[in-house]
Design a protein around this ligand. Structure first.
Ligand code: ADP
Ligand code: MG
Length: 720
């Protein structure tokens, strides 16, 4: 009799085992690990080393020269904590490697005493100083290699160094031991591999058991490389399978509308525009038309630089719906934006009529309404009645459009101006909730954020894409100047504002971002408005716009600025997107280094929209390398795509996309733009896998991983 063969461990199996089940992890350590987000063996094994300490690659302490940067390793001989004369915590740690002793001095890091008890083996990296006849490093980087009393070189040549937590009191060696135990106990069963051997071979990837083992316990650096490649691929593959599966499901199951694309309304609209469509707008609209004419529901992303003319394209798509007797909806992420769209679209379609066969004239004016959470109740009722009766042709608004009680008679096309603020879930809600008679409306998502192609594959991987890359002709370029703290330079900025106003132009002053407090932000803007009106810009007509104002006040301020009744608009970042006043040629951004790169780019896009040369002043005195890098990028680049790449490099993909797509990414190793080729490859593999096996029936391991990644958002992508 043979013992039953137990199948390899899946990630789901591993996530079901609490870390406390490991002998190496007592109840106290379990709590501490949990404090770091490591609750299960699955979490533990995907807590990858930050780096590896190479035991062969160290210098002898006795041979160190002052001024050089060096890595040394040895045992702690002495630890002493005290306070300096001015009250700062100071910890001295003497480390010896047999050749000599090095003194490490830490300021304001009292926890080093607990981290480095006598007997600990540690590697330290820093700049060598000679101080009173001693070799010393001040605040060096420390990797704890072995706990006190461990035999020397208990681990291999490469010692994994884990992201540990001084605060949570978890040491790298504790994590290493727990990981070691988990790996040992998993050895018999191994780890289930979502990729079959033939595919692994074709992709040149090691199997998962090897990968997990070697990323934690490599014998050599090339093992780390191979393991990392494999595990990074898995991260991107899970996401791409989820996105492609969603796209396929929508195509398969959505009963879409076949729109009439030859009606008169769109032609009349284009004929009435004061300009011809650019070639890019034409091409994007043709792609949209093809989607609208096809029976499958459209689910397309329209991506274009700020000011590239997306609104005209989106409006054309909405009118395709209207000319066939359907309704159109446009949803924007903020009230100001919704109002701006309403204003713009209303002007664009002002003279259009909708065919109405039964009526006397055979036509009626096109009806367009605005619905936000601030719409008064009576007004809202009136709009919703008309919407349900089919009398409203276009409805523009905020997420109020997907709120309780909003029912379209026949929604044909929905445009979502996403600007990175809506997630996949909201999009799904509009698609599912709003359709009538079991059909799915066609959806066009607009974004002005220039997203690098592969990043778009991550966020919008379930959408088709159209891009507007050229700006409409006749735009003057925008110069960008970074202005430091020098009062004379700042005075010159406001002189320039006055000069532009004297020449008939208008200006924006953007007030500092106050993270997490719209109230404080509004207060700052109000004070700045008063300060400028009484000082640098006295005598000019200055308006104020911030997020705490009532909707009608915002709208009337914007209307006054548009009409030229205000010279200067002092505003918070509410004007970031969508606001379109071609006569505005100057922008002053205060504390510009507090804004993100893409946010600044969006802000700057508010000027340079007309024929006059424009200038953007970034008032900033950045103290961090990031801040300096961002200001420099803004000064030298106007290409949004290039800025988006820089932003990814500076911040990393997790931060850029994590917040809004949580549940859709579990990137630990993967990084953009560095890993672009991996994303492309994972996308191709995901498509091939789903071509051959749409429900992943023969890929149960992969299917489970994708389902776990998507969590609640999974909504039956696969038939079980
Ligand atoms: P986006 O929404 O992409 O930021 P908009 O649609 O607001 O851009 O267009 C920006 C400005 O360019 C608007 O003033 C618009 O009227 C104008 N515009 C749009 N398309 C064209 C075109 N084909 N030729 C000239 N100007 C255009
Ligand atoms: Mg269609």
């Amino acid at each position: 009799m043979t013992a039953p063969v137990r199948p390899p461990l899946t990630l789901r199996d591993l996530r079901a085992i609490p870390v406390a089940d490991l002998k190496q992890v007592g109840p106290r350590s379990a709590d501490r690990l949990e404090g770091m987000g490591i609750a299960t063996v699955g979490d533990l094994l995907t807590h990858y080393p930050r780096r590896y300490h190479d035991r062969r690659n160290r210098q002898e302490i006795g041979a160190l020269e002052a001024g050089e940067e060096a890595t040394v390793a040895g045992r702690v001989q002495r630890v002493a904590g005290r306070r300096t004369r001015n009250g700062r915590a100071m910890v001295e740690v003497d480390v010896s490697d047999g050749s000599s002793s090095l003194r490490c001095v830490f300021f304001n890091q009292a926890w080093r005493e607990r981290q480095l008890p006598v007997g600990t083996e540690a590697a330290v990296f820093g700049k060598v100083e000679h101080y009173r006849g001693r070799v010393q490093m001040t605040n060096p980087v420390v990797d704890v290699l072995e706990e006190p009393g461990a035999p020397g070189a208990a681990t291999g040549v490469l010692v994994p160094v884990y992201p540990a937590s001084g605060k949570a009191d978890v040491q790298s060696w504790q994590i290493r031991k727990a990981v070691g135990e988990a790996l040992d106990r998993a050895r018999v069963r191994g780890f289930a591999d979502p990729l079959d051997p033939a595919l692994r071979e074709r992709l040149g990837l090691v199997d998962r058991t090897t990968a997990i083992g070697q990323i934690h316990r490599p014998a050599a650096f090339d093992e780390v490389g191979a393991a990392t490649r494999r595990l990074t691929f898995d991260e991107f593959l899970r996401m791409q399978v989820g996105l492609v599966a969603r796209k396929r499901r929508d195509e398969r199951e959505g009963r879409g509308l076949v729109h009439r694309t030859d009606g008169p309304l769109v032609g009349a609209f284009h004929a009435a525009l004061p300009f011809p469509l650019t070639a890019g707008q034409r091409a994007a609209f043709d792609e949209i038309l093809a989607d609208l004419a096809a029976p499958a529901p459209m689910h397309r992303l329209l991506q274009g630089e700020v000011g590239s003319g997306k609104t005209v394209v989106a409006c054309s798509a909405l009118l395709v719906a209207v000319q066939g007797g359907y309704q159109g909806a446009l949803m924007a992420p903020t009230e100001v934006l919704a109002e701006q769209h309403w204003y713009t679209v209303r002007a664009l379609v002002a003279d259009l009529t909708v065919p109405e066969p039964g009526s006397l004239l055979g036509a009626r004016p096109l009806r367009i309404e605005l619905l936000t959470s601030r719409t008064p109740a009576a007004e809202r009722r009136r709009i919703l009645d008309a919407l349900g009766g089919g009398e409203v042709d276009l409805l523009i608004g905020t997420h109020a459009l997907i709120s309780e009680g909003v029912a379209f008679a026949a929604l044909g096309v929905a445009v979502i101006d996403e600007q990175h603020r809506f997630g996949v879930e909201q999009r799904a809600l509009l698609r599912s909730g709003a359709g009538t008679g079991g059909t799915t409306p066609d959806v066009l998502v607009m974004t002005a954020t220039p997203i690098p192609r592969t990043a778009a594959m991550l966020i919008y991987g379930d959408l088709d894409r159209s891009e507007l890359r050229e700006l409409p002709r006749g735009r003057a370029p925008i110069a960008t100047e970074v202005v430091g703290a020098d009062p004379d330079a700042r005075r010159a900025v406001y002189e320039r504002v006055r000069a532009e106003v004297a020449a008939g132009r208008q200006a924006y002053v953007v007030c500092p971002l106050v993270e997490g407090s719209a109230k404080l932000e509004a207060k700052a803007a109000t004070e700045e408005h008063e300060r400028l009106a009484a000082g640098a810009l006295a005598g000019l007509r200055i308006g104020l716009l911030h997020g705490q104002m009532a909707g009608v006040d915002k709208e009337s301020t914007m209307a006054a600025f548009r009409a030229g009744a205000l010279d200067v608009l002092v505003a918070t970042s509410v004007i970031e997107v969508g606001v379109d006043v071609p006569n505005a040629t100057v922008m002053v951004v205060e504390d510009a280094d507090r804004f993100g790169l893409l946010q600044l780019h969006q802000l700057r896009g508010r000027i340079g929209r007309g024929a006059h040369a424009s200038v953007c002043f970034l008032l900033a005195d950045p103290r961090t390398p990031d801040g300096v890098a961002r200001m420099e990028a803004m000064r030298t680049t106007s290409d949004g795509f290039a800025l988006a790449e820089r932003d990814l490099e500076i911040r990393g993909a997790g931060e850029v996309f994590g917040e809004r797509q949580s549940g859709w990414t579990d990137l630990r190793l993967g990084r953009l733009p560095r890993d672009e080729p991996v994303v492309v490859e994972a996308r191709a593999v995901a498509e091939a896998l789903l071509d051959a096996d749409p429900d992943l029936r023969d890929h149960a391991v992969l299917r489970a991983e994708v389902e776990d990644l998507l969590g609640d958002a999974v909504e039956f992508l696969f038939k079980a």
